[in-house]
Design a protein around this ligand. Structure first.
Ligand code: ADE
Ligand code: ZN
Length: 347
């Protein structure tokens, strides 16, 4: 176990390590305070009287019970300034946690279906990300995520609507993702749109094996050609699949506090992250929807380290995995890995 006297020391040690966050929904960073502020200025009615009652409502029983509140909350996001402030606020928190690179998912359909222009979403997020990139020396990018409870035609329409914006946001928009209700919406539903994304040269990630079966992880790799799996914790149900994930070095972007809040694991002590890591899986730690799940990325590292008794070296491996799994040029990865080695040697 770690040679740290208390949680505060562990937290301080982890904070200094340069980390990448690879599984983060920007809509999931909407803190209740911001929700109220945006609702006020955009004149959107909320079914809550104060911030405390919003937080009290965050008692989830499964993924769908969360998604219902998450989509409702996103209704307060209306203007370019809202998306800008949301992304700036996320990056402020992430930077304080020692994040040096973040690949941020956004759900265009959540906004376009409410009449918000795609350009508004892109413009606000891009203004924030370019500002933090240019002033803080961090790197960051965007993954446009399709909602899997909607049709593949809707995903296609979203992609086609976004493509004319590609040249304006080429420095940020690097890939696509797939999220929302997993069960009953298998990967093959999106085979054609992922094929098109591959032809267009986009990186491809997808949620799989969060609540859905290991077979969805297999199909996400085989049919969608995913470069990374978001969650993927159900993979451990299938030994052969585990072997393939290890052999092919497929990264899993695991989100322990999310899994806990959504009942994927009843207790953090039961989480399979340590078992997968020790088996050789390229596991990473991420926050998913931190405003809803009670913790940003550093909280996820600390809680997981304590619950699973992770060693110093295992935590360094998790951080190195996050840098290696990032969609970054090799030279940038080497530089960040060198920084990590330097930090580790100081402690
Ligand atoms: N959208 C935001 N968070 C999600 C999650 N954990 N699973 C699926 N879709 C999501
Ligand atoms: Zn997610």
């Amino acid at each position: 176990m770690l040679q740290h006297n208390d949680d505060t020391e562990l937290r301080a040690w982890l904070q200094k390590l340069p980390k990448a966050e690879l599984h983060l929904h920007i809509e999931g960073t909407l803190e209740p305070e911001m929700m109220f502020e945006f609702a006020r200025r955009n004149r959107v009615a909320l079914p809550y009287s104060n911030v405390e009652s919003v937080r009290a409502a965050y008692q989830f029983t499964n993924l769908q019970s969360f998604l219902d509140l998450y989509y409702a909350g996103a209704g307060v996001l209306q203007t370019e300034q809202d998306f800008y402030e949301l992304a700036i606020a996320y990056w402020r928190r992430a930077r304080a946690d020692g994040v040096v690179h973040a690949e941020i998912m956004f759900d265009p359909q959540t906004h376009t279906h409410r009449g918000i222009a795609l350009e508004t979403v892109f413009a606000g997020l891009a203004r924030a990300l370019r500002e933090v990139r240019d002033t803080w020396g961090v790197s960051t990018s965007l993954l446009l995520s399709f909602l899997r409870h909607l049709s593949e035609d809707d995903a296609f329409a979203t992609l086609e609507a976004a493509l004319p914006l590609r040249s304006a946001y080429r420095d940020l928009w690097i890939g696509v993702g797939l999220d929302s209700a997993e069960r009953g919406n298998p990967p093959e539903k999106f085979a054609r749109v992922y094929q098109r994304c591959a032809e267009l040269g986009f990186k491809r990630v997808a949620h799989a094996g969060e609540e859905g079966p290991a077979q969805y992880v297999r199909d996400t790799l085989d049919i969608l050609g995913a470069d990374r799996i978001d969650h993927g914790v159900q993979s451990s149900e299938d030994t052969q699949l585990m072997g393939e994930i290890i052999r092919r070095r497929i990264p899993l972007t695991v989100c322990p506090l999310s899994n806990l809040k959504l009942g994927v694991f009843k207790d953090l002590h039961e989480h399979n992250l340590a078992r997968m890591l020790r088996a050789g899986v390229a596991v990473t730690i991420n926050s998913d929807d931190p405003a809803y799940f009670g913790g940003y990325v550093l909280d996820n590292y600390v809680a997981t380290a304590l619950a699973l008794d992770l060693s110093h070296d295992e935590l360094l491996t998790l951080v190195a995995n996050s840098l290696n799994a990032a969609f970054l040029p090799a030279t940038d990865k080497t530089r960040l890995l060198d920084r990590l080695a330097h930090e580790a040697s100081q402690s």
